[in-house]
Design a binder for this molecule. Structure first.
Ligand SMILES: Nc1nc2c(ncn2[C@@H]2O[C@H](COP(=O)(O)OP(=O)(O)OP(=O)(O)O)[C@@H](O)[C@H]2O)c(=O)[nH]1
Length: 318
């Protein structure tokens, strides 16, 4: 009767997808492993002789941590699970989950029994999900219309660069750019052509950001920002002038503009060597104030502010 039961248990164990195994903890020898292991990994059932075979067939990157944790937990009599990539006989890897039960006698570990599960499908799904999430995350930092970075990424970048400038006592500059009389452009040509115009302007302005640390973004509406780390007032002024010229060179007709018959931009430039006492908002609010000064003084121009500590110098260019 007992022998018959053994047969039934064996048949049951060997017909499941979970692969049963048993290791003698003292000798570290495999006393049993289900024949399904051959289907999953290609290694013959009788090739699993010792725990070292198991360790050797773990992916190099997972091996040390998996083996170390497992040995530790087994010695302390703690049941556990481990996910790792198992080597197949033809050199591929399959994600598996090992569920380990520790058998102890008088507080000493004697045997381990467990099941190996194929979790490769779930892992593939997790990886696809993670890739989709990363793609979504990247998209969430781009402006849908122009494809350039958006305000969200600008805020993040500004924070990082501001901290860098404070820490290294280096200059940081910001150019805030606004298309002149864009409402009139939309009114004359319609919103769709207005969108096209925004795309063209974004593309032209993005090309001005040549240094790897320069960061260009659409701030919102018809307003763009160019953040220039490690850049003082003279270089920032040159860059603002380049922005103004690049947009003018697009030669987009805008007869309703008071700044000429072509589409133009105005810009405000703020440059500073910030200290810990300066609020982060200072850079934008100063550049924005300079932008409105440029607008007030006739558009198609920029105005600059340079500050270090309490000293502030402002000037206008056209
Ligand atoms: N086509 C289009 N228009 C936009 C978009 N975002 C903002 N605008 C338009 O940009 C215009 C901005 O107008 P205002 O803020 O009055 O400024 P302005 O007409 O450019 O005048 P100044 O800035 O003073 O030179 C508004 O008409 C908005 O509808 C967009 O994504 N597409």
């Amino acid at each position: 009767m007992i022998e018959q039961d053994d047969d039934i248990y064996r048949t049951l164990l060997e017909s499941t997808k979970a692969i049963p195994w048993k290791i003698n903890w003292e000798t570290k020898a495999f006393e049993y492993i289900g024949p399904q292991i051959e289907t999953l990994l290609g290694w013959r059932q009788d090739s699993w002789t010792s725990a070292q075979d198991w360790i050797d067939r773990i992916h190099e990157e997972d091996r040390e941590q998996t083996a170390h944790n497992c040995i530790n937990l087994c010695e302390n009599g703690i049941d556990h699970e481990a996910d790792y990539r198992a080597l197949t006989a033809d050199g591929e890897y399959v994600w598996v989950r090992d569920v380990v039960h520790v058998i102890r006698k008088n507080g000493v570990t004697t045997d381990l029994v467990g099941f190996i599960f194929d979790i490769s499908e779930r892992k593939a799904m997790e990886e696809a999900l993670q890739q989709a999430n990363e793609k979504l995350e990247a998209l969430s930092y781009l402006d849908g219309l122009t494809g350039v970075p958006n305000r969200r990424l600008y805020d993040k970048t500004l924070e990082r660069e501001w901290e860098h400038a404070v820490r290294t006592a280096t200059a940081v500059s910001l150019v805030v750019i606004d298309i002149d009389h864009f409402k009139d452009y939309n009114d004359q040509y319609g919103h769709i052509q207005g969108d096209e115009c925004l795309k063209q302007v974004a593309e032209a302005l993005q090309k001005v950001a040549v240094k790897s640390t320069d960061f260009f973004a659409r701030y919102g509406g018809e307003e763009f920002v160019l953040l220039l780390p490690d850049t003082g007032q003279d270089a920032a002024r040159d860059i603002a002038e380049q922005c103004r010229r690049r947009v003018l060179e697009l030669a987009i007709e805008h007869p309703a503009s008071t700044a000429g018959h072509l589409l133009t931009i105005s810009a405000g430039v703020a440059s500073m060597i910030p200290t810990e006492d300066d609020p982060l908002d200072d850079l934008f609010s100063t550049a924005d104030r300079m932008l409105y000064q440029a607008k007030r003084n006739g558009r198609n121009r920029f105005a600059c502010s340079w500050s270090q500590g309490v000293a502030r110098k402002e000037r206008e260019s056209c």
